[in-house]
Design a protein around this ligand. Sequence first.
Ligand code: SER
Length: 319
Amino acid sequence: MKKILIIGSTGQIGSELTMKLREVYGDSNVVAGYIPSAPPMGELAESGPCEEVDITNGQQIADVVTKHGIDTIYNLAALLSAVGERKPLLAWHIGIDGLLNVLEVAREHGCAVFTPSSIGSFGPNAPKDGTPQDTIQQPRTMYGITKVSGELLSNYYASKFGVDTRSVRFPGLISYVAPPGGGTTDYAVDIYYSAVRGEKFMCPIKGGTFMDMMYMPDALRAAIEIMEADESKLRHRNSFNIAAMSFDPEIIYQSIRKYIPSFEMEYQIDSLRQEIAESWPNKLDDTCARMEWGWKHRYDLDAMTRDMIDKLSLRLNKQ
Ligand code: SER
């Protein structure tokens, strides 16, 4: 059985991935690493071990890895794209200095490492439609720069030191659990909150701007399946394109209106996020992930919309 440390366990992906990993590998085998400003709460805090782990403190990572006999690290610490543009040095410090700490600990202690990359690792010079697995990656955001540098560093540690690093390039992730946290794709989460609350949605992204998106249950499964994949079949490591759906604000709006016909949306464009969105792909080609480790999404837009509206209605009515 794996012994897993999650760095960033209370963040957008971590808060759900930690619970999923505990379900799969056993509560006591999954350590939730957190920083004091974002401590674990409720089920996350109570269902298994928790340790303070600041990614910028290599010794602290090493101590927790030794204490719990960790063999796999899920490194989920990051600032999302729009926040990263406001705090670029911090985005680099967490994304790259932090990753180096993780990779060094992994090298010394023989751990496998998962570090997510993103659609943000591409830039305006990559082909927009059917963006290939291997293509130009010249991002203009600090978020994207840390992601593409992280991919290269992770591949370097694999080829130079034999560290088992693997990863996927996540699309925008949509969930009813984790609240949106400063990403460019987060409008596609906010829109469901407005719809379920019966409010008009002010959309910060222009109609016609397409981006890849994925429902969180598919994303969690991808993060687990890539780390379980047969290594001998992998031609790539860091990082695999994965895709599920691609839409623009009009298409998601119409999908929600099928279930909430009175829902209204107006545009109020946020120039920073619009500029970032326009520099990202419209739709990734994820053939390599499908061929090399059998990736397959389960949720399309309408299936996600139905589930989001059901689950969010329950959650918001309870509050
Ligand atoms: N969801 C991320 C963002 O918008 C992209 O990976 O920043």
